[in-house]
Design a protein around this ligand. Sequence first.
Ligand code: ATP
Ligand code: MG
Length: 289
Amino acid sequence: MRTPRPGYSTEGRRRSGGKAGVTETDQALEAVNITKHFGSVAALDGVNLVVHPGEVVGLIGDNGAGKSTLLSILAGTLAPTSGEVRVGTEVHAHATPLNSRRLGIETVYQDLSLALHLDVADNVFLGREQCVSGWRRHLGWLDRKAMQRRSSEAIATLHMALPSVTVPCAQLSGGQRQAVAVARAVIWSKGITLLDEPTAALGVGEQERVFHIIDGLRQKGGAVIIVSHNLDQIRRVADRIVVLRHGRVAAEVSPETSTVQELALLIVGPGESNDGPENALGPGGPDSR
Ligand SMILES: Nc1ncnc2c1ncn2[C@@H]1O[C@H](COP(=O)(O)OP(=O)(O)OP(=O)(O)O)[C@@H](O)[C@H]1O
Ligand SMILES: [Mg+2]
């Protein structure tokens, strides 16, 4: 008998989504039969995955399973070898980071993708710089004070202590850089948020803040995909868990009916274990290929 799982919210958590109509991209994000080859390496092989508004999907798998590759394709920074990305009923044919952004997709990449020579506020507003009002706007004057204030507020929601939002990111610790990357995604998130190991460098308290923030995104009707190796946390935050193994969807399970041990077995695969991990599958089951 499983013990009850502590969730990050008590209401509106599961698939109903607690949708409050706040999002601009109120549509599902879908990967359809995605294949990605890097030379002879097949990083992804016929992957199908969907995340709906008001849903958090946990994407798990071993190192090299293809998680970051899939997120980068969904984010538009990497083109698939074949297959397509859909947002709602639209094919996201010309997937570029800019187009993804227009569609309301925000991403925290595993490598964080920060411009280290720029300060925190500049990174949070990278590509979306805010200009002053009035005639100086036409001269391209940036409203640095406003950008710094909004960045400080975003960082404060993570309860992360930073020296200042005016220090170059190169001077920050790994955890502080991660907080900047998460804050940037959250501040601009309009519907779909992709998080690749967003808490790997964070302390326990900051990790909890990130999971509360994810819960907040769900409550507002946001769709979230989170990659993590922390299976306990994934079970607590996700509505559905998708297991990638060797570039394929090996299983799709409910966190409510899967233990950490069962998830670990699904990640490793039947060849690596005597315990028959596929027995642990919930609805969705293993990819039949
Ligand atoms: N730019 C690239 N060039 C060549 N091979 C790549 C590239 N990016 C990823 N790969 C390969 O694709 C496969 C999947 O990599 P990916 O980074 O998606 O794994 P992952 O599941 O995110 O792993 P991790 O948990 O270690 O982050 C690996 O075999 C990797 O070596
Ligand atoms: Mg990765």
